[in-house]
Structures are given as C-alpha cells and as structure tokens.
Ligand binder design. Structure first.
Ligand code: GLU
Ligand code: MG
Length: 428
C-alpha cells in the first residue's frame, strides 16, 4: 500500500476534545507559521458533534498554529495495529489571521492564567495530571481492584502506552490497575503548567490511540456507567519561585501550607462553585461528584483525604525540611476528562492567583464547607454570576462558553442517568 506521513494540528476545545486538521508532513515547514484554517463557530461544536447554538454564525477565519513544544510523533511500526504506523500531531494556538491570539483560544486562557499568577505572586505552578479511564480490552472479572491479575490481563496496552508516552517526550511515572471494573490510571512527570496541560492532552490521546490500535477503547468519560466508578482527572500542583525553589510548604502554616499556598488554595475553594462549570463541565460530571465514590462533594481542603476537593498530599520517606518541601503538593480532584486541560488548569490557576491577590484565608478547621454544585446547570449559573470569572474569560469567550455548555445541557435534558452515561461513554 502507498503511504505518506500526515500531520494533524489541533486544539483541545470546550468539549475537551481534540480537533483540527491534517496535511502532508513534508509541508510542516510552511505550516509552522500558517497552521491550518479554522473558524469561530468551531468553538461551538459540542461533544456530540453538532453546533446547537453559536454567537459567531458562519463567518470568520482563524488558524490553529502548531507549537513545536507540543508535538507528539510516535512511530508504532508495522506491528502498530490499526491506524497509520506513525501518529504525528501538534497542539497549537488558535490565532486570528493576522497572527494575534484569538481571545477564545483555550491554550491562551491558561497562558493568561499563568501571567495572572506571576503578577500576583512572582511564582509559577508545576503540575502533574493523573488520569483514570476504562480499558475495554480486558474481561470484567469481579474482585480485581489493583490486582496483578488485571494488570497482567490488560495485555500489551500498558507497555505500549508507556512506550508511546516516552516516544512523545513525556515522562511516564506510573500505570496501574484502578478500583473500578476494567479501570486503569496513568501519571506522567510534573511540568510547568502549560507544558503539563499539553502533556495531559497528548497522554489522553495516546491512550486512545494505543487502545484503538489494539481494537479497543480507552474511555475517559467521568461516569462510564451509572452504577460504576467515576473516572477522575486529578491535578497535582505546587508553587515554585523563578529558579524552581519549592514554595508550597511551611511546617508552621495551616495544613503545612506556606502563606502563599494557603492563599492560593483559599482562592480555589472560594471560586469552586463557579469553576466547577469549567473543571467538571458535563452533565455526567455531577454523577461522579456524589458521595461514596472517592470523589469530592464539597469545596473543602483536607490533609491526606481522597474525598476532598483539595487534598494535601503526603510526602514519602522524607524527614529533612528541604526534602519535604520538594515533594509537598496539593491535588485538585474536582476535574474530569470532559474538561479541556487548558481550561481546567487555567481556571484553577486564575482562582488561586485571585486568592493570593486578595489574601484570602483558608476556612477555620471544622468550619462547614460549601457543597459543590449538584448539576452542570447549577455550576453554569454560579459561573454566570461571578464577575471575577467573567474577567478571566472576557465577554466574548464567556458568552461562547456559557452558550455552548447550556446547549449541551439542553440536548441531553430528560435522559436518565443510564442513558446519559451511555451517551457520554460513546464520546469520551
Ligand atoms: N475514581 C475516583 C475519582 O473519580 C478517584 C479514586 C482515587 O483516589 O484514585 O476521582
Ligand atoms: Mg486514581
């Protein structure tokens, strides 16, 4: 069969899906500047495909410009199963045709958040994403959470995934059998925020790619089955100075947090009822955020508790202050794979930066914490009411976001939990 390598240039959009266009790899030099053509209403494509509502109409032109720091090229070779032997894609920025950033570009959103944090504190965020999913290429046998048997029975998937992540320049950190039926999880090494978000997108796509090549699926939907276990995306993060010095830990601070980290966390908790619309942005997200699922239900911060919205993570085999500080991190658990990592991380950073700018304090120990929204509709209402969140988005992106998500809610209105989970499992 004749074959010529293709490259795909993509954004990870409001629906958390990776969309863009392809071209022959031989054209990459020219395309580095001009990218691929895009249009404003592409942003309004829902996860189901169709555009149900758009403020942009049919007019306008944009481009997605590839970023060489967000390239994934994996040669799966002849044994690479279904699909082209080489998978090659770039993530990029959505720009106006004059090259300026488009105000609704998700990647630009996280850049603006990083700048806001830097202005508020002079610090940067280093992050690592933990992603859970269901792998369909393994028989569902009861009794096997975390088991070696399930680890073995997933066959070549895990090792192919780790090799693909490595080939794409990521630092695979772990691959494990999770608690739910056929559920697995992987983590990659921490990176500064933008790179971490790029890598979260790349890793998710490579998991889908490896599963596809093996004739199966990696399903990241927040609740793949109504009676099942949720798939979370947990964002570990820590604050660092310009030379990388850790700034999250202070043994005398609340929960061991430094003053600046406590303000950051307080900002996240304060904005959680609104930013849940961005970090847990699908109707099924709210089936996951329910009791007894090891997923959060309140806007709370707790030391070493996997039921909290913000978990203060443990450190391992560290006794010297310097070693503790290097490991010390927080984990944001109100996130799932219906969210674009750019938007979720952007919202988290903006919220934290606002907490620092306003010197917000953590709630007193034992104080009642606010419940998380119970539905996407509630979260969107909270988001709409927040002037602070509006200032992060700007009027055009904010309206587009709210209209997009409300049209999605409308589309699935009336479906019961089982039907809802089935619809989203087809997509994510
Ligand atoms: N699956 C849980 C969630 O939906 C998390 C389980 C864990 O702590 O790893 O977030
Ligand atoms: Mg997990």
């Amino acid at each position: 069969m004749l074959s010529e390598e293709l490259v795909f240039v993509a954004t990870c959009d409001i629906g958390g899906l990776v969309r863009g266009k392809g071209f022959p790899a031989s054209e990459i030099k020219r395309r580095r500047k001009t990218g691929v053509g895009w249009t404003h209403s592409n942003l309004m494509q829902t996860c189901f495909g169709p555009i149900f509502d758009t403020p942009f109409g049919t007019g306008g032109d944009l481009m997605i410009v590839p970023d060489s720091s967000a390239e994934a090229r994996v040669d799966f070779g002849e044994g690479g199963g279904r699909g082209a032997p080489i998978e090659h894609f770039f993530l990029g920025d959505i720009r106006n045709t004059d090259g300026s950033p488009w105000e609704c570009c998700p990647r630009e959103f996280v850049r603006r958040a990083i700048a806001a944090l830097s202005t508020a504190s002079g610090l940067m965020l280093v992050c690592a994403f933990e992603q859970e999913f269901v792998y369909t290429g393994i028989e569902d046998r009861p009794g096997h959470p975390y088991s070696l048997s399930a680890f073995r029975r997933q066959g070549p998937f895990g090792e192919s995934l780790v090799a693909a992540l490595r080939a794409a320049g990521l630092g695979p950190d772990s691959f494990l059998t999770e608690y739910g039926p056929r559920q697995f999880e992987f983590t990659v090494a921490p990176e500064p925020a933008l790179k971490a978000a790029d890598q979260a997108v790349i890793a998710r796509e490579l998991a889908r790619s490896v599963a596809f090549r093996l004739g199966h699926r990696a399903i990241f939907s927040p609740m793949p089955y109504a009676d099942g276990t949720g798939n979370g995306v947990h964002i570990h993060f820590s604050l660092h100075g310009p030379d990388g010095e850790p700034k999250t830990y202070d043994p005398s601070g609340p929960l061991g947090l430094s003053e600046v980290a406590a303000h950051f966390a307080a900002g996240v908790l304060a904005h959680l009822p609104a930013i849940a619309a961005i970090t847990a942005p699908s109707p099924v997200s709210y089936l996951r955020l329910t009791p007894n699922r090891w997923a959060p239900t309140n806007a709370d911060i707790v030391k070493q508790d996997r039921g909290a919205a913000l978990r203060v993570c443990p450190v391992f085999a560290a006794s010297r202050r310097k070693d503790i500080a290097r490991q010390f991190n927080l984990e944001f658990r109100v996130c799932d794979a219906a969210a674009s990592p750019y938007l979720a991380l952007g919202a988290l950073i903006f919220a934290g930066a606002d907490g620092i700018a306003r010197k917000l304090s953590l709630p007193q120990a034992g104080a009642q914490s606010a419940p998380l929204p119970r539905s996407l509709g509630q979260a969107l209402d909270n988001m709409e009411k927040s002037e602070t969140v509006a200032s992060w988005f700007g009027p055009v992106f904010r309206e587009a976001y709210l209209r997009h998500k409300r049209s999605e809610v409308e589309h699935v209105r009336g479906l019961d939990a089982k039907e809802l989970c089935a619809r989203y499992a087809e997509i994510y």
